[in-house]
Design a protein around this ligand. Structure first.
Ligand code: G6P
Length: 609
């Protein structure tokens, strides 16, 4: 999703802006650009290629400046084309007075566009952003800070913006409502960015702007006002943001690297867990867990599938009823709230717009016990929730989530055991057994990853297909969903997942020799039922690709391919099985030659709804 960096300094800030964009690349984008204040005029460079290409353009043109803004764009309104890339200028390229970048969606852009066109503005792009640039130019009263405060009142929707003006060379003004934005405080220089990571190495003094804030950045001072225009004190925090993604090392893609990091990061996520205790989730967790009698999980994408898995765990082990909702649905539907609910958000980035909005919606309905399972300690999600468990997956670069998912599962299993303990449903023996299994997870996962050569052989077959079906039952049904999502995201093969018992109610009609059917077949209580479903597939000529456990009595035969996972892992089995499915998706995509780490049209951090 769109990323923003801006700076006002007494040195050339082009390298800081470009480096910031590089650090924001992980969010996903399709074009990028930078604008600078240069010798009393505004100049810009834009690219529909990577930030590295923009950097080359900027170097070639010797673009330098002390004040500027930069942007990575993920197209919403208007195609990913150069004329739609930010920064946008107003009134036009030749006489540019205002330069502006934006993350978010302006819902009343049509109406504003009509109005500004009547006033004589000529639009160069199809974006909703250009209306803000013209609006600021139209309203400009000689004081950019005051103008922006007035202009944002006319915007409906979500925005984080950064803007500067030809007439005020040492000033950048920024504002946020519904999209993330931080200020980086320097010595005699100030910065703005979508997240603290973009400024790593430049400043670690960070202010998290609040909804409705507008900030005035000048060389030696910054000034924040709230949504009502009142001066606002915002705490400056020292944030040791990750300095970006590590090197690829021996791996071809970040996704492959991240799949193989899973044993370590699961170990990291569970480090220090010597026993089950509510305090792992925050000081007040015991009191909260005692008070609640149900759980509501809110999330999007892969994180939603982690939530679905947790429902099976929590209901079976802790006996607490769980509802799992896709955040973008929950926030807009009429639901029946219950004050004794533990609202759990799950998010890798901690910035997903729909999940944040769903959380706020739940709170507005009177549900105030909130917990997040999140991978970014400094994110909005962690700041918004009263309890938190921080997964320690590290920076995840691949758009298709892998290690974030399995660390979420590890944290959610810990939550399951904690809720069970608080409810008197976890004996000391059970606690010891589960903890032992959790400690052994990194080793068990490593043996699954060692199956890579066998999985590569399957991937070569899959690469020639256009459709695939994934089947699972019980706790492995969400894993089938995640396996299908991974395959479609990065290989562009149409993949669907079904609970195997639903096969006869529709998907069986699709099964022919052309349809590979991936089946997750752990040796659990549902295995015999699953075997019957597999027969139904074979009887229609479907090719079965079965991930079985070491002790499942399923052997390869005609149209039946089997890979055995080295250990049968009980309730934690989803964590092992999903790793095999990640490898299948990765190698299929590799064989099809797609852009594995940056699949088309997708973004890592979805900061607009
Ligand atoms: C995007 C990412 C997914 C992620 C989802 C939710 O779609 O590509 O990998 O699962 O957003 O993101 P979150 O950061 O809230 O987990």
């Amino acid at each position: 999703m769109c990323g923003i960096v801006g700076a006002v300094a007494q040195r050339n800030i082009t390298p800081i802006l470009i480096e910031g964009l590089k650090r924001l690349e992980y969010r996903g984008y399709d074009s990028c650009g930078v604008a600078l204040h240069l010798d009393g005029r505004l100049t810009r460079s834009r690219s529909t290629s990577r930030v590295a290409d923009l950097e080359a353009q900027v170097q070639h043109a010797h673009l330098q400046g002390f004040t500027g803004i930069a942007h990575t764009r993920w197209a919403t309104h208007g195609a990913p084309a150069s004329h739609n890339a930010h920064p946008h200028f107003s009134p036009n390229e030749e006489t540019a007075r205002i330069a502006l970048v934006h993350n978010g969606i302006i819902e009343n852009h049509d109406e504003l566009r009509r109005h500004l066109t009547e006033l004589g503005y000529e639009f160069q792009s199809q974006t909703d952003t250009e209306v803000i640039a013209h609006l600021v130019d139209h309203m400009y009263n000689g004081d950019l800070f005051d103008t922006v405060q007035q202009a944002v009142k006319r915007l409906h929707g979500a925005y984080a913006i950064a803007v500067f003006c030809r007439e005020e060379p040492h000033r950048v003004v920024a504002a946020r409502q519904g999209s993330p934005l931080i200020v980086g405080v320097g010595k005699g220089e100030n910065f703005v960015a979508s997240d603290a990571m973009a400024l790593a190495g430049t400043t670690d003094q960070i202010i998290y702007l609040e909804e409705g804030d507008v900030v005035d950045l000048q060389l030696a001072r910054y000034w924040v006002v709230d949504a009502d225009g009142r001066p606002a004190e915002r705490e400056v925090k020292t944030v040791h943001a990750h300095t970006g993604a590590a090197e690829l090392g021996p791996y071809r893609h970040y996704m492959q690297k991240e799949i193989f990091e899973q044993p370590r990061v699961i170990g990291d996520t569970l480090e220090g867990v010597t026993g089950i205790m509510p305090e792992l989730f925050g000081d007040r967790a015991y009191k909260v867990f005692k008070e609640i009698d149900r759980v509501l999980i809110l999330a999007c994408g892969t994180s939603y599938y982690a939530g679905l898995t947790a429902k099976y765990w929590i209901e079976s082990v802790a006996k607490v009823p769980v509802n799992v909702e896709i955040a973008s649905e929950y926030r807009y539907r009429d639901s029946v709230p219950h004050p004794n609910t533990l609202v759990v958000t799950i998010s890798q980035s901690g910035e997903t717009a729909d999940t944040l909005a769903a959380l706020k919606h739940a709170r507005s309905l009177g549900m105030h016990h909130t917990l997040t399972i999140c991978n970014v300690a400094t994110s909005a999600m962690v700041r918004e929730c009263s309890l938190a468990y921080i997964t320690r997956a590290g920076v995840e670069v691949g758009v298709a989530s892998t290690k974030a998912f399995t660390t979420q599962l590890a944290a959610l299993f810990l939550l399951t055991l904690t809720l069970a303990q608080v409810n008197g449903r976890l004996s000391d023996d059970e606690e010891a057994t589960y903890l032992k299994q959790m400690r052994h997870l990194p080793v068990a996962l490593s043996s699954v990853l060692a199956l890579e050569p066998q999985i590569i052989a399957w991937a070569e077959e899959f690469a020639r297909k256009e459709n695939a079906l994934f089947l699972g039952r019980g706790i492995h049904y969400p894993i089938a969903l995640e396996g299908a999502l991974k395959l479609k995201e990065i290989s562009y093969i149409h993949a669907e997942a079904y609970p195997a018992g639903e096969l006869k109610h529709g998907p069986l009609a699709l099964v022919t020799e052309e349809m590979p059917v991936v089946t997750i077949a752990p040796n659990d209580a549902l295995l015999e039922k699953l075997k019957s479903n597999m027969q139904e597939v074979r009887a229609r000529g479907g090719e079965l690709y079965v991930f079985a456990d070491v002790d499942s009595r399923i052997t390869s035969g005609d149209g039946l391919h089997v890979i055995r996972l080295p250990e049968h892992y009980g309730l934690l089995s989803p964590i092992l099985h999903v790793a095999a499915l990640q490898l299948l998706a990765y190698h299929t995509a590799l064989a099809r030659g797609t852009d594995v780490d940056k699949p088309r049209n997708l973004a890592k951090s979805v900061t607009v709804e």
